[in-house]
Unconditional design. Structure first.
Ligand SMILES: [Fe+2]
Ligand SMILES: [Fe+2]
Length: 284
């Protein structure tokens, strides 16, 4: 891979190109130093079909990192494991396999957790040589870091939704399992997000602390700002300013209003992040 990190979007809500499709979900292939890491798996076997359509071989993956346990990031896991030629190491927070529900505005309880099939494939370790239960910052395949649980420090961010760990929707899900990945490029720190239920500012603050940097070069992924009030959106924009972010790829669950705000505030720094999008960075 000649010292470069290549990120290919395999699943996102939107798509570009022939024979690839979008679905509500997220999956990226991160390639560096000859290693292939899948970050999230979308919600169905689409991750495998899109990869095939793009001429990408997923049978020789080294690692799979799951950002959190929601169905739209984990539903494709068993399909990915099924097509492996060898075995992978997998990284996820213990809370990712717990029960997860959301309460709709109509007060309907909906199961949004990991499917039984996905949990089963983790528990039976099918095509998995090591399952790493990540709560602390951890190195993956010697090329990137997964944050582990992200400290919640800001007073203006929340998980972004009415999330619960019981079907009656009485016990809040703090989404402790939410984590992001990052690496150091020659241009600066690159952060790739799943849904960012920890809050994007909490996540950026934590990554900056872990990376020992007051600047972040690129932020790509879902920021779950669909329900964010103006005050939170303003403070989010300020954080991107503060970290002097040069590449912003708001995707998946970021929400139209927040995406519009990003494009308004940072026009030329924003990039489209849909199925088929590719980003390349020089590894530091
Ligand atoms: Fe999501
Ligand atoms: Fe989520």
């Amino acid at each position: 891979m000649d010292g470069n990190v290549k990120i290919t979007v395999l699943v996102e809500n939107t798509a570009k190109g022939r024979n690839v499709y979008g679905e509500h979900g997220l999956a990226y292939l991160i390639e560096a130093e000859g290693k292939k890491i899948l970050f999230d798996a979308g919600q169905s076997d689409l991750v495998v079909r899109n990869a095939l359509a793009m001429g990408i071989d997923l049978s020789n993956l080294d690692s799979i990192v799951l950002s959190h346990g929601h169905y739209d990031h984990t539903g494709g896991l068993s399909a990915v494991l099924d097509q492996l030629a060898g075995e992978v190491e997998i990284y996820l927070h213990p809370a990712a396999i717990g029960h997860k529900y959301k309460l709709t505005p109509d007060r309907e309880s909906v199961d949004i957790g990991m499917s039984d099939k996905a949990i089963e494939s983790i528990k039976t370790a099918r095509h998995i040589n090591s399952c790493n239960w990540v709560e602390r910052p951890t190195t993956v395949a010697e090329v990137l870091m997964v944050t582990g649980q992200v400290p919640r420090k800001t007073d203006f961010e929340d998980t972004g939704g009415a999330f619960y760990i019981d079907a009656d929707c009485e016990e809040k899900d703090i989404m402790a399992d939410d984590q992001s990945v990052f690496f150091d490029s020659s241009d600066g720190v690159v952060v790739v997000l799943g849904c960012c239920h920890s809050g994007i500012v909490n996540t950026l603050d934590y990554v900056a602390e872990l990376a020992g940097s007051d600047k972040i070069y690129a932020v790509i992924g879902g920021m779950h700002l669909l329900r964010a009030k103006d005050d939170r959106l303003e403070k989010t924009m300020e954080a991107f300013q503060k970290y002097d972010v040069q590449m912003i790829g708001p995707a998946h669950c970021t929400g139209m209003k927040a995406v519009a705000k990003f494009w308004n505030a940072f026009g030329e720094k924003c990039v489209v992040c849909k199925v088929g999008s590719k980003f390349e960075f020089e590894l530091r």
